[in-house]
Design a protein around this ligand. Structure first.
Ligand SMILES: Nc1ncnc2c1ncn2[C@@H]1O[C@H](COP(=O)(O)OP(=O)(O)OP(=O)(O)O)[C@@H](O)[C@H]1O
Ligand SMILES: [Mg+2]
Length: 487
């Protein structure tokens, strides 16, 4: 979670366009800076180090494409989002090839532009917020740390250190919430590719039939819905590092293509038979047991061997209880300000409870538990009764329920929503957090299926009628290819 406001540089020669951007983002947690020419954009990209750049392609004088090339040369990590009237024009295609992160189409679709910007900010912060792993050495508050000096964690640090000068693929394994994503970013930040791009792709979050296109790109017309050519993550990330999270969820055909990249450095776009060379280092993570999946015929053994040249296994929190006090201190310092607290401590009894718990959701569970206490805390000391462990740790939980707590504790989308709801405390009259979830989900599904209600309803497992009612309730307006919010 960013501790400073991300900075967005918006470049457009038209004052009207700049005005709409400002309106779309004015109430959000971003700092907006503006430029009206390509030259000015390059200057500001240099002097202001924005986290994300929104760049109009058509401008008098130096056009967006030329500006993009210079900005990329300055720092290839800054995600640049193109603003264009048509996705399929030659200049947009050229710009995507030149390494643009994504594009948005004019006139703006508010929700879409927000989500593209949000994704780009995440990518940018992943690269800029350095994850350090020497416990407690870095006092820099804005940077992230892998905390814990227990013996199993020391082994993890040693491995990250040993990898610093290598381009080998790395497989990060461990239960949910043990810090795999954090470690992947630390590997990147301590590698010789740290000045090159880093992209995380969550294989479980992208529908199976689209993952391949996302990763390797596609040509126009390669499948229904491919209205314009798009480069894949591997191309966008050329020279850098790609992090394939939840790799166990990758469908078999995509696994085959990934194996090919690892073996030959070549990708093949959908709708093409020509191979393109890319130079990308692959990091992967999973909380599944891949050998079980291989036995079940769900994961390719050859790919497994390629990926696990180096494996970093992360120990579950219950096997490194000695890290708990340091983690507690770290999370309290990190999150107290968000909830309007200064320095918060835990008393002895609370610490004893924390040390006794067995953490099926690992470090994430501990972090959420503390955030939850901070949210409700009066004063500045957390006592045992302020800790909501869900169910007593000592009681044998029935598996089904335990499974469900785990799933909830797991899901980072819930973390984001939880934070959002926490920020709005006390909630305005009539605010229902469940509506927020539902609305987002429906919007996302409609956007994904390009406004096709039947497909979106089927995808969500609800009837078209239910969908229609919700669409009305939340004031979502649907047109083919466009989903807009109605103000
Ligand atoms: N050792 C650690 N020090 C500090 N923070 C940690 C540590 N381990 C995990 N975290 C924090 O816990 C949360 C969960 O970590 P992360 O997302 O890396 O888990 P994960 O192993 O990828 O889980 P999943 O398998 O569910 O995706 C994050 O907020 C992360 O910053
Ligand atoms: Mg993860």
């Amino acid at each position: 979670m960013p501790l400073r406001k991300p900075k967005i540089l918006v470049v457009d020669d038209e004052a009207d366009a700049l005005y709409s951007f400002r309106r779309i983002f004015e109430r959000s947690d971003y700092v907006i800076i503006e430029a009206q020419t390509g030259r000015d954009a390059i200057e500001k990209a240099r002097s202001e180090s924005p986290d994300v750049i929104l760049l109009d392609l058509r401008m008098p004088g130096m056009d967006g494409l030329a500006a993009l090339r210079e900005i990329r040369a300055l720092d290839p990590r800054t995600p640049v989002i193109l603003v264009t009237a048509y996705a399929s024009t030659q200049s947009t295609i050229e710009a995507m090839k030149a390494g643009a992160f994504d594009y948005v189409i004019k006139p703006f679709d508010v929700e879409n532009i927000r989500s593209v910007v949000q994704a780009a900010v995440k990518v940018s912060l992943d690269m800029r917020q350095v994850v350090s792993y020497e416990p407690l050495l870095s006092k820099e508050k804005h940077e992230e740390e892998i905390v814990g000096s227990s013996e199993p964690m020391q082994e993890v640090y040693k491995l990250i250190g040993r990898l610093a000068n290598s381009d080998l693929p790395v497989l990060i394994t461990g239960e949910s919430g043990t810090g795999k994503e954090l470690v992947a970013r630390a590997v990147y930040h301590h590698s010789r590719r740290k000045h090159r791009p880093f992209l995380a792709v969550n294989c479980a979050a992208i529908p199976e039939n689209l993952l391949e296109g996302e990763l390797f790109g596609y040509h126009k017309g390669a499948f229904t819905g491919a209205t314009a050519a798009k480069p894949g993550k591997f191309e966008v990330c050329d020279g850098g590092t790609i992090f394939l999270d939840e790799i166990a969820e990758m469908p078999a055909s995509t696994q085959g293509k990934l194996l090919r990249v690892l073996e030959t450095g070549e990708i093949e776009k959908l709708g093409s038979t020509r191979a393109t060379k890319v130079d990308v280092r692959v990091l992967a993570a999973t909380n599944k047991n891949l050998t079980d999946l291989i036995e079940a015929g769900k994961f390719r053994q050859d790919l497994y061997y390629r990926l696990r040249v180096v494996e970093i296994p992360l120990p579950p929190l219950r096997e490194r209880l000695s890290d708990i006090p340091t983690l507690v201190r770290y999370f309290l310092d990190r999150h107290a300000p968000e909830f309007g607290h200064k320095r918060v401590t835990v008393d002895e009894a609370a610490m004893a409870v924390l040390m006794r718990h067995n953490y099926p959701g690992n470090v994430r569970e501990l972090e959420n538990l503390l955030k939850n206490s901070l949210l409700r805390l009066k004063g500045n000391v957390i006592r045992a009764e302020d800790l909501d462990l869900g169910r007593p740790a000592a009681q044998p939980a029935d598996t089904m329920a335990a499974d469900q707590t785990l799933r909830l504790a797991d899901d980072s989308i819930f973390d984001a929503l939880f934070d959002e709801i926490a920020r709005r405390q006390p909630l305005p009259e009539g605010y229902d957090a469940f509506d927020v979830v539902e609305r987002r989900l429906i919007h996302r599904a409609l956007q994904y299926w390009k406004g096709n209600q039947s497909k979106a309803a089927k995808f969500l497992g609800i009837t078209r009628n239910t969908l229609r009612k919700r669409v009305k309730k939340y004031g979502l307006r649907i047109e083919p290819n466009v989903v807009e919010e109605q103000d």
